[in-house]
Design a protein around this ligand. Structure first.
Ligand SMILES: Nc1ncnc2c1ncn2[C@@H]1O[C@H](COP(=O)(O)OP(=O)(O)OP(=O)(O)O)[C@@H](O)[C@H]1O
Length: 252
């Protein structure tokens, strides 16, 4: 597998010869990829290429039929999302998995709330950590006490990414993070995603927007009908080459 000269260290994620079948359907085959700390890798491919299946394998939703997954060089078996989270992997989906009626700070800790010595919710800590992270990531929300339903789509996605950033020690998976957003909100979320590069975690992003892929990624991995067609360094390729890889047709 080609390594990326732009990044160094041990890969946070190593996928080795992954195959996934559903009955007679081969959704993924011979798929190998490494993601390094501090890099953004884009996963692109047409509908049905296998992108979501791959994200679900990395996030513990599906077990691969064969092949192995390594986190920082160590082979792991993840048979549910909780196990993936325990390995420092967080996912942000396009359909925001936030609790609408709850505050921002409650959402940051949903299901993983810290408690104090008395066994009560440590709200002070939750609020302080939320405020610190939304400020660092420049997620512009009125306050950590705001209710999610009162926020715009872009602000919500910012909160979802902040939550993932809070918990992900190794890898964030972004599945079409701006699909539901308008132009200005997309630009803001892209800024937040770009800022994740300084946090020494890996980012794997699925996007149908090649503009976004070229703006954000260090490398682009192309899937077609479950097969890995190739991986390119973003600055050494162009849209024509990537489109040709996605479609299998030469661009004139
Ligand atoms: N649970 C499932 N059962 C059966 N087949 C499945 C299942 N999930 C995915 N597939 C099949 O696996 C292949 C890859 O699908 P997948 O959803 O991963 O593609 P995708 O690249 O994410 O597509 P899209 O961009 O449309 O979301 C498709 O042929 C799909 O029909």
């Amino acid at each position: 597998m080609k390594t990326n000269a732009a990044v160094s260290g041990r890969p946070v994620l190593g996928l080795n010869d992954i195959r996934k079948t559903f009955g007679g359907i081969v959704a993924i085959e011979n798929f190998s990829l490494e993601v390094y700390p501090g890099e953004i890798v884009a996963l692109v491919g047409d509908n049905g290429a296998g992108k979501s299946t791959l994200i679900k394998i990395i996030s513990g939703v599906y077990l691969p039929t064969s092949g192995s997954i390594a986190i920082e060089g160590e082979t792991v078996a993840m048979s549910n999302a909780t196990m993936a989270r325990a390995h420092g992997i967080e996912v942000v989906y396009q359909d925001l998995a936030l609790a609408d009626q709850q505050t921002v700070y409650m959402n940051m800790f949903l299901g993983r709330e810290p408690t104090n010595a008395l066994g009560l919710l440590d709200r002070r800590r939750m609020i302080a950590e939320t405020e610190k992270l939304v400020t660092e990531l420049d997620v512009r929300i009125p306050s950590a006490h705001s209710t999610i339903r009162d926020l715009s789509g872009g602000q919500r996605q910012g909160v979802a990414i902040a939550r993932a950033t809070h918990w992900a020690s190794k890898l964030i998976l972004l599945d079409e993070p701006t699909a539901a957003l308008g132009v200005a909100e997309t630009a803001k979320v892209e800024e937040i995603v770009a800022s994740l590069k300084t946090r020494n975690i890996g980012v794997l992003i699925i996007s149908h927007s090649l503009d976004q892929v070229f703006k954000l990624s260090d490398r682009i991995c192309v899937l077609r009908r479950g097969k890995q067609i190739g991986v390119r360094e973003t600055k050494k390729t162009d849209k024509n080459e990537i489109i040709a890889m996605i479609t299998g047709l030469q661009q004139s």
